[in-house]
Design a protein around this ligand. Structure first.
Ligand SMILES: NC(=O)c1ccc[n+]([C@@H]2O[C@H](COP(=O)([O-])OP(=O)(O)OC[C@H]3O[C@@H](n4cnc5c(N)ncnc54)[C@H](OP(=O)(O)O)[C@@H]3O)[C@@H](O)[C@H]2O)c1
Length: 303
């Protein structure tokens, strides 16, 4: 009888440990269990493991026992302070293991975590989760990783159980840097949508009527970003589509319409200020991408 060893290996899923069973850690564990990974878990408050144990997870009695149970440990706790509070007492179990840290933090904290992990003989991969718990396990959702490419490649298939794994590069800080940048983009976009929604709902249009139009507009906006990225890389901003001067005139219409309906205008005033400073710095006839010069050098643009 012929045995397809590759198929057998693919069918036997790697064992994984998950430390931290808050909303996100529980979702990560559920996704691993759903895809057949034998999963060991640990959480400061052990009762949160209950539903996962019912689905087949094994509850370790200590962080050290949890780390010892698998070659790969995924950590997802509140912050880095919590991470060290949990892992410091388990540092004797770390030698030869891989730690994938999905706890949100700063680029500096990612660098420090590499040094800490290596000092205990383990490998480290930093990660950022670009979804909320209900999106975990979907191939549509991005999980960003940075650090050792060899570690990422070795565990890529297992990490794909959580979402689409995107490797950003060897610098471990990249995942948290992208995370911060993308959250900024999300908050700006959501607040812009809410400001626009406040404007149209002041005239009895419902948010549910405005939003499909807004979402379609975002597709066009995504196209603008793709057009402007090479301009930013080149440091050259041809204003052949829409100039800053033209957009400065348009932002006044938004400010006036919102003001006359009693809506907070902090966001459009901020945008107008950036555009005005770009114009003052000589970019009036350039594209909107030239605003990056003001963002990169606020003191220079002001002077
Ligand atoms: N929720 C999201 O949508 C989302 C999205 C992307 C990234 N994240 C990131 O994922 C991480 C976890 O978020 P979450 O939503 O799962 O938060 P959460 O539901 O509040 O869970 C926090 C987890 O951290 C543990 N923890 C907190 N302080 C601790 C300490 N001093 N010692 C040991 N364990 C401690 C908690 O343990 P107990 O159960 O014992 O309290 C729990 O397991 C955060 O870094 C967050 O930024 C979350």
């Amino acid at each position: 009888m012929n045995i397809d060893r590759a198929a057998v290996k693919a069918a036997v899923k790697d064992t994984v440990t998950v430390i931290g069973l808050g909303s996100m850690g529980s979702a990560l564990t559920a996704a691993l269990l759903d895809r057949g990974h034998p999963t060991t878990v640990w959480n400061r408050s052990p009762h949160k493991a209950g539903p996962l144990v019912e689905r087949g997870a094994r509850l370790a009695s200590s962080p050290a026992e949890a780390v010892a149970a698998s070659a790969l440990t995924v950590v997802c706790v509140l912050d880095y302070e919590s991470l060290y509070a949990v892992l410091d007492p388990a540092d004797g179990s770390l030698a030869g293991k891989v730690l994938v840290n999905l706890t949100s933090g700063s680029p500096q904290q990612a660098h420090e975590a590499v040094v800490w992990t290596r000092s205990h003989g383990a490998e480290y991969l930093d990660g950022a989760i670009m979804t909320t718990p209900p999106g975990v396990g979907s191939a549509e959702m991005m999980f960003l990783y940075s650090g050792s490419e060899a570690v990422f490649t070795a565990h890529r298939q297992t990490l794909a159980a959580l979402g689409d794994p995107l490797y950003l590069g060897a610098d471990p800080a990249l995942a948290s840097l992208y995370d911060a940048a993308l959250l900024g983009l999300m908050w700006s976009t959501m607040t812009g949508w809410l400001h626009g929604t406040a404007l149209v709902t002041a005239e009895k249009t419902e948010a549910t009527a405005f939003t499909p139009v807004a979402v379609r507009w975002l597709t066009a906006v995504a196209g603008f970003l793709t057009t402007y990225a090479p301009q930013v890389d080149a440091g050259h901003y041809p204003g052949d589509d829409a100039t800053i001067d033209v957009q400065l005139a348009a932002v006044d219409h938004l400010i006036h319409a919102a003001e006359s309906r009693g809506i907070d205008n902090s966001l459009p005033e901020l945008l107008k200020s950036a555009m005005s400073r770009a114009t003052a710095a000589g970019h009036g006839a350039d594209s909107y991408a030239s605003v990056i010069e003001v963002l990169r050098n606020p003191a220079g643009a002001a002077g």
